[in-house]
Design a protein around this ligand. Structure first.
Ligand SMILES: *Cc1c(COP(=O)(O)O)cnc(C)c1O
Length: 362
């Protein structure tokens, strides 16, 4: 919508609702609250593939380059726009961090009050700083994500707040646009798509997106979907909810995924799978992709890369395949983890060239 103070800017990217409106539950009456999310790059990771002995092409959907530095912005532009359409006054979410960052930013843009409920002590510093600086009412509970989500559901039942977690179906609608973009960028659908799985909204969204593009003849195939959980938080693999999920990948530290059926269905219908990776495998992949291809993603985003390494060992990816993976959040969200995983520290020297040359072994 343009107002008198806005000029027409036809060549400017104006976010996923503007680009993909025909696939989304929006109408002329829907206000479009956007920070110009989407249109993220699909970066080739050929060095990673050679390092692990693969014979396929790998492209990473770098969702850390969204406005609040995770894919959650795609769902949030929809959730906040629809909340405005309904004249909601307060939005709320439970979050492992990134949903709260996105909700806080889009609510600020929409001038809505935003309440975020976080598990105390398990939020990466970057994400917490976002919720606070965007001005959300930030509540930390002495519990985990699953507790926070239960509380938010109950807040929603009062009828006085709009829940913007992925249990809100419009979140999934927005998030499916990443699958559209991958197909648009490749000029075809990939053979395999890998992504991390926490609350399982995103795997549900990608599968919906790939199917819709296929059904509307934008692609001539659908990828096999390979989702990865963390070993200590793998209810979908283990077949039952987990009371105390544990993993360094805090964004997927979830014991009872809200979109359980969506995830199982995506793996089954696509002839894919849901696997799990240990924290060691996740951190190894996290460091490897940063140093092989210059991609700094947060630990949760490395779970699918750990999954690709497993798949290569099992010889599951045929030579010549086109493989894509979602790098769900930016590495700067969690600088503490980067510092502890890098395994090196700055070398302190006297301020002269000779000392620097000595320190770098020249
Ligand atoms: C939210 C999130 C996930 C998990 O997505 P789900 O839809 O909950 O499965 C993975 N990585 C990052 C960085 C996230 O923010």
């Amino acid at each position: 919508m343009s107002t008198s103070s806005q000029i027409e800017t036809p060549n400017r990217w104006q976010g996923i609702i503007h680009r993909y409106a025909e696939f989304l539950p929006v109408s002329e009456a829907t206000p479009r609250i956007t920070l110009c999310e989407g249109n993220t790059p699909l970066v080739s990771a050929e060095n990673f593939v050679s390092a692990i002995g693969g014979k396929f092409s790998l492209y990473l959907k770098y969702e850390g380059l969204n406005p609040t530095a995770s894919f959650k912005d795609r769902g949030m532009t929809m959730a906040i726009s629809k909340a405005c359409e309904k004249n909601a006054e307060v939005v709320a979410c439970a979050s492992t961090g990134n949903t709260s960052a996105a909700a806080a930013a889009y609510a600020a843009k929409a001038k809505l009050k935003c309440v975020v409920i976080l598990p105390h002590g398990n939020i990466a510093m970057g994400k917490l700083s976002q919720a606070l600086i965007y001005g959300a009412e930030t509540i930390a509970i002495k519990g985990n994500f699953d507790d926070a989500l239960r509380i938010v559901r109950e807040l929603g039942e009062t009828g006085r707040v709009e829940v913007v977690n992925s249990i809100n179906p419009v979140r999934i609608e927005g998030q499916k646009t990443a699958a559209f973009e991958i197909c648009d960028q490749l000029g075809r659908a990939p053979d395999f798509h890998f992504l991390p799985v926490g609350n399982a909204g995103n795997i549900t969204a990608y599968w919906k997106g790939f199917k819709e593009y296929f059904d509307r003849d934008h692609t001539d195939k659908k990828p096999r979907i390979f989702g990865f959980q963390a070993d200590g938080a793998a209810p979908l693999v283990d077949g039952a909810p987990i009371k105390n999920p544990e993993t360094v990948a805090t964004a997927i530290r979830i014991g009872n995924p809200a979109s359980w059926d969506g995830a199982i269905n995506a793996a089954k219908e696509s002839n894919g799978m849901i696997g799990k990776a240990t924290d060691d495998e996740i951190l190894h992949a996290y460091k490897t992709i940063a140093q092989s291809d210059g991609i700094f993603a947060e630990p949760a985003s490395a779970a699918p890369l750990a999954g690709i390494i497993q798949a290569v060992k099992r010889n599951e990816i045929p030579a010549g395949s086109i493989v894509t993976a979602t790098m769900t959040g930016h590495g700067l969200k969690d600088p503490d983890r980067a510092l502890s995983t890098a395994g090196t520290e700055p070398i302190l020297v006297e301020p002269n060239t000779a000392s620097v040359m000595k320190a770098i072994g020249m």
